[in-house]
Design a protein around this ligand. Structure first.
Ligand SMILES: Nc1nc2c(ncn2[C@@H]2O[C@H](COP(=O)(O)OP(=O)(O)OP(=O)(O)O)[C@@H](O)[C@H]2O)c(=O)[nH]1
Ligand SMILES: [Mg+2]
Length: 377
């Protein structure tokens, strides 16, 4: 595959020279099964980064440079990734800092994950042996660790440990799919939003542990305060959007419609027949389950909709089977028990009480499944 290591630079004259030499002389010769290239994404650095790179381009032919105006890290990456795909024919693109904070020796480990079929490989400082610099002060360490924990918590995506890092290998398909949504994130928030969208769209994510080291040359470009505010804004709005308008929100609407159907039928049965309350509830529930199944099938999981009549019925049986357990044992069971204990008079109150208990049960079962989801390794 054609691999392009994209290195964004803003006043990184000294670092970029060192990094390019290490890549060309030590790393690329180790990699036999890929065509390795470098693309420098420079934002017209006033320190002469461009001239240094142009000088090195005379010695190595697999280096290119893409110059633009300074609009932030995300803007530089979107511009350079577009260039890497259109002009360099890249299949895989790396994100890598110029300041040698990202150990180039890890490149083969990233490529191994790509070869295994992963689409988005991230360097992680927070799991499986990754690390942040030991010499960082306690406040910087806390900031780094808790910042990531906060992102994971707000997004409710715990299987990925490092959201903010900038050492990654990404297949071109991922960028092409997400590009139109990424142009809004010009600064460092680009990293979190890109990964979040890739996860949303089901791309396969893998982590490679990295030991992040401090820059020794040049100045940090990160504006910490602005970054934190942008980042929080993004994760909170993204999370709310995903929860409300994503499958979970639809799930709630579908459940609400099912609840109305069941309530109306239960009411009619209780007032017009002499059925045991537990049985009346059980009958009413069947119609709600039928409605839930069909609405979920058509709408919530529309993309994965059952194909063909056979699959439709097979899935419906499975859906009924899982729903009956809660409906029959918990909901109808409680209602019937109440009738035995207190009589038929408060049929509606029993129903509401039993439904609340059922919701807790469903929520617990649902969460257990989510929490048990294995991280992508
Ligand atoms: N082209 C371009 N590159 C940028 C911009 N901002 C940062 N960079 C580059 O992005 C990489 C990461 O920036 P750093 O300043 O090292 O950020 P950091 O690693 O979070 O901060 P430090 O730990 O202080 O180094 C470096 O290679 C920078 O030169 C930008 O606006 N445009
Ligand atoms: Mg840095």
């Amino acid at each position: 595959m054609k691999v392009v290591i994209i290195i964004p630079t803003y006043n990184e004259k000294g670092n970029i020279e060192r990094l390019i030499k290490i890549l060309e002389e030590e790393i690329f010769p180790q990699i036999k099964n890929h065509d390795m290239n470098i693309l420098i994404a420079d934002d017209s650095s006033p320190d002469g980064t461009e001239q240094v790179v142009r000088e090195l381009m005379k010695k190595w032919e697999n280096i290119d440079i893409n110059i633009g105006e300074k609009h932030g890290l995300g803007a530089a990456y979107v511009r350079a990734m577009t260039y890497a795909i259109d002009k360099m024919d890249a299949d895989v693109m790396f994100e890598m800092d110029a300041d040698l904070s990202h150990d180039p020796q890890k490149i083969p480990a990233f490529l191994e994950k790509i070869d295994q079929g992963y689409d988005f490989v991230i360097g992680t400082r927070y799991s499986q042996g990754g690390s942040i610099p030991a010499n960082w002060g306690i406040s910087r360490k806390m900031f780094s660790v808790f910042g990531n924990l906060l992102v994971r918590t707000i997004l409710l995506k715990f299987s990925i440990h490092d959201w903010t890092g900038g050492y990654r290998a990404i297949k071109k398909e991922v960028f092409l799919k997400e590009k139109s949504e990424l142009t809004a994130f010009r600064g460092y928030t680009f990293q979190v939003s890109f990964l979040n969208k890739a996860v949303r769209d089901g791309f396969k994510v893998a982590e490679v542990p990295i030991a992040f080291t401090d820059r020794t040359l040049g100045k940090s470009k990160i504006a910490a305060k602005e970054y934190i505010i942008d980042l929080l804004k993004y994760v909170i709005t993204a999370s709310i959007k995903e929860k409300l308008f994503g499958p979970f929100g639809k799930f709630l609407v579908v459940g609400g419609i099912g609840f109305i159907i069941q309530t109306v039928l239960y009411y009619l049965l209780v007032h017009n027949t002499n059925l045991l309350l537990g049985i009346a509830n059980f009958i009413a529930a069947q119609f709600a389950i039928f409605s839930n199944y069909n609405l979920n099938n058509l709408w919530t999981f529309g993309e994965r909709k059952s194909k063909g009549i056979k699959e439709y019925f097979a899935k419906m049986i499975g859906f009924f089977a899982t729903s009956e357990l809660g409906v029959f044992i918990i909901q109808s069971g409680i209602i019937q028990l109440c009738q035995i204990l207190f009589g038929r008079k408060y049929a509606f109150e029993y129903y509401i009480f039993a439904t609340i208990i059922l919701l807790f049960y469903n929520f617990g079962a649902y969460n257990l499944i989510i929490w048990r989801k294995k991280p992508h390794k």
